[in-house]
Design a protein around this ligand. Sequence first.
Ligand code: PRP
Ligand code: URA
Length: 210
Amino acid sequence: MEYRNVQVLDHPLIKHKLTLLRNKNTTHKDFRQLAQELAGLMTYEVCRNMRTKSCPVETPLETYEGQELENEVTIVPVLRAGLVMAQGMLDMIPHAKVGHIGLFRDETTLSPIQYYCKLPDSMPGSDVFVVDPMLATGGSASMAISLVKERHPASVSFCCIIAAPEGIRVLEREHPDVKVVTLEIDRQLNENGYILPGLGDAGDRIYGTK
Ligand code: PRP
Ligand code: URA
């Protein structure tokens, strides 16, 4: 199925690491490492269309007409699971700012509940990447993006590892201006709001809490 504003990254190394990530026998230590590496690989693609500006530097021999990123970059992990993705992106963009949004899903309603939000005060010149491994019903991503938009960034992208069609449709409806970048689109949600085939509960698998 075609989605208007979704990019699925198709790369053999990503497929290999994502298969390891999905395996229920992968330890939380390896899971954490793989999620971080996948976010690092993803960073190349999500930065592809960033604007650059002229930045002349002196090499030891002459002036070189270089380039630097025009906008500030802000990475916004959705706690808990987004933290490892943020680290993978920071490995590639170490000068980025980081905002944090804490959300968890109510187990019955599946609606997100906010418990924390600390973002840069204003972000007019910032390209923002909201990161969370799982886009399931889309409630958490939509709420996180709304909080970010209150600070008026230059652009917002949502980066995840696995997206469900249900969550993509919610973001297309509620945030049509936000690009969604994912590594794979899975089949559907189950009756408890878990992605199928998915990888289980990302936060629990990262931190070994279940
Ligand atoms: C998971 C995941 C997302 C959310 C996705 O977090 O990391 O934030 O669920 O589901 P949704 O698209 O239906 O909103 P969870 O609520 O389990 O919190 P946790 O990271 O603290 O475990
Ligand atoms: N959150 C997760 O961590 N996993 C899912 O499959 C859905 C929501």
